[in-house]
Write a protein that binds this ligand. Sequence first.
Ligand SMILES: NC(=O)c1ccc[n+]([C@@H]2O[C@H](COP(=O)([O-])OP(=O)(O)OC[C@H]3O[C@@H](n4cnc5c(N)ncnc54)[C@H](OP(=O)(O)O)[C@@H]3O)[C@@H](O)[C@H]2O)c1
Length: 359
Amino acid sequence: MTREILLLQLGMGGVGRVLVQQVLAQRVALADRYNLSLSYLALVDTSAVLATGDPLSAALITSALQAKQQGQPLASLDDGRPGINWLAMLPDTPCIVVDTTSADGMEAHLQTVLTDGHRVVLANKKPLTGSISAFAALTRRGTTRYEATVGAGLPILATLQSLLDTGDSVTRIEASLSGTLGYLCTALQEATPLSEAVRTARSRGWTEPDPRDDLSGMDVARKALILARTCGLEWEMQHVPATAWFPAERATLSVDAFMEHLPELDAEYAARCAHASVAGNVLRYVATLELGDEPAAAIALRELPADHPLAALRGTDNLFVFTTRRYSTPPLMVRGPGAGTEVTAAGVLADIIATAREM
Ligand SMILES: NC(=O)c1ccc[n+]([C@@H]2O[C@H](COP(=O)([O-])OP(=O)(O)OC[C@H]3O[C@@H](n4cnc5c(N)ncnc54)[C@H](OP(=O)(O)O)[C@@H]3O)[C@@H](O)[C@H]2O)c1
């Protein structure tokens, strides 16, 4: 007998749309393998809630995908209901709420979801990087999964959780966890000026529309905070200070003015790269979490010796190095693409399947 698990998905952007396609594509396999049927109760964007009161038909979901692909809002569909609070659509029986938005302020809604007995799966980092009390409220019952928030589809949090659950002690995590900043480091190493590398990354869609969102290190800091909190540290954002790639006074420039003045930083980065190279080192933007007796975090562009595991990274790949009591020489490493809609959606889907199997 196949069990139906209802999904309510927030977000129909790059990750959300691919996730819907993956859910549809895996339906038969999941029914065969686990007697599990994943059905959409509602899809939500900023314009509307797409819902009919019954599970959405494949034809309606396909229309929603086509509309969003063409840049039209869910409100443009006949069953798109603008002005409805998606919380009102939650059923009486437990379902899974999936947050693939990048919205602020979701914490309170998601806590209501959990209090009402439903489950949560997140690609959105923001609900986990507000106050520690909000993080605890979302995660303490074990009914929220959030693998895709760090390293996209890579098994980073599953690896960490498994180490912790089996009694290992994690003493240090060193990671290159921004594909964008990883690309910039490789480009600098190949003597590309910083401004040119940023321009290229932006034109390929690897940076946020305002590249300072990447260059500030904030995205890396959020991921580092999620790792630290998963390890049990009651840290706030100020415990994971990130060194920005640009001087603070440039934070207030318009995006165009920032890009125009970026070549002024080229000489400094070329000199740092040359300094590293003379010593046989390379530059990498590294998040280091010391998790022993005196926990501390550092997030900065560092010179690393050529034989350091992170020195071998190229392009947009992520690498996580876990040093633990059981894995010290060599440490445990996970490497691979840490961004992209396909791998991120797959990370979310793996969390949905694991949650559904538990329910
Ligand atoms: N892309 C990646 O490689 C990657 C990797 C790891 C994690 N993530 C995370 O995954 C999330 C989604 O990324 P993305 O690239 O898909 O973003 P995106 O393309 O900007 O899509 C965001 C979606 O969320 C919707 N949305 C925003 N605020 C909402 C709200 N309050 N209620 C309902 N829907 C809302 C938007 O609606 P509209 O369509 O109406 O604007 C849009 O459909 C982000 O948190 C991102 O940090 C992404």
